[in-house]
Design a protein around this ligand. Sequence first.
Ligand code: PMP
Length: 426
Amino acid sequence: NRHHQALVDKAQQYFPGGSNGNGPLSPEHGFVIASGQGAHVYDPEGRAWLDYLLGSGPMILGHGHPEVVEAVREQLDKGTTFFFLNDKAIELAEAIVEAMPCAEQVRYTSTGSEATFFALRLARAYRGRDKILKFEGGYHGSHDYAMMSTEGTPIRPYPQPRRGSAGIPKSLENEVLIAPFNDLEQTTAIIEAHHDELAAVIVEPFQRALTPVAGFLQGVRALTDKYGLPLIFDEVVTGFRFAYGGAQEHYGVTPDLASVGKIVGGGYPLAAVVGKKEFMAPFVTPDADGMVVGQVGTLNGNPIAAAAGLATLRVLRQPGSYERLHAVGQQVREQLTATLREHGVAGQVIGDGPIFQLIFNERDSVHTYRDTLDHDTDKNRIFHDALLQNGILKSASKGYISLVHSDEDLEETAQVFDKAMAEVAK
Ligand code: PMP
């Protein structure tokens, strides 16, 4: 189709590397998304993919959910943005506070990256120190602190591979300590050794596709309590997904501050830093130098995004939503495990709730980021290419399930998994 090819060619011309920095739709696959409806997305020729990408997570109700569309349409008639308090932003803040255990107050941003950025800034202002502890492999967005190398803090026996991103000031390396996710012993050693330099600990309660091992989050909470360190949960992915109250409800550990994004904006650019009043206070209470945490943004609390978020939360609050999301997640993980066995392919199926992932390796279990790096990249590529060729869209790093994936969709998925695994086993 010439129109489609022309779009791909234009993308090659106008974006560095031919894509806008977003993984699976990269030029080697040569396709562009033109629309989405329910659990499917379509290219300009109308070819369909069953969507386990969900726009990288926000579209938990699927594409074009009628209640969300209606809410957005209604708001469009009333105004697009005001740079001033609006009714929808206030109503959404109330819904967030009702939902999330740690949330007494809310401050909007436009992206999840900004939300984690301001959570860190708040914590540093609160504690009057600069250094933060994050976890190996933790992704908290695209700003400098979040993109710091994931090299481990040198407490033996824990030297880690160096991975990071170009263009980050070298001076920031001194501002970040890194512990291994799901390794409470090493984390304890690092916090015990460095607690008097630390401003905060930031963790994804469920990291990428890794479930926290029993006692890990509780242990981190106990350590941060012991040393008076603010604990930040990055719930950009998990917020409103694992439970209505996020991972903090699902795993039963309450942080002091959290970042939320993706689902909370219903697919529009809206995210937030939320937390206990005491920890949100640096936004308004001057520190020893008379300074408050500076945070504004032209589009923050945008009423269209807030209307979409409110409608999304309203649907998610209906009885049975989370039971369905968890049941489908479990079913997809079981399908994948069965497919691995049937084809005699070594691997692990990981994930929790409506998130699943497959790691091609020979291990008995996968708990840490280091474990996930030990995988067969060829098999992973063959599997994911075969999914795309057979009508399933999924990022190579995780799969997201929506409320509108039907039982028929799951049957189709099982068949495609089988086909793709046959390619891997060849
Ligand atoms: N934190 C986590 C855990 C994320 O997965 C992401 C994005 N995938 C972000 C923060 C950043 O959010 P955004 O892409 O909206 O800036």
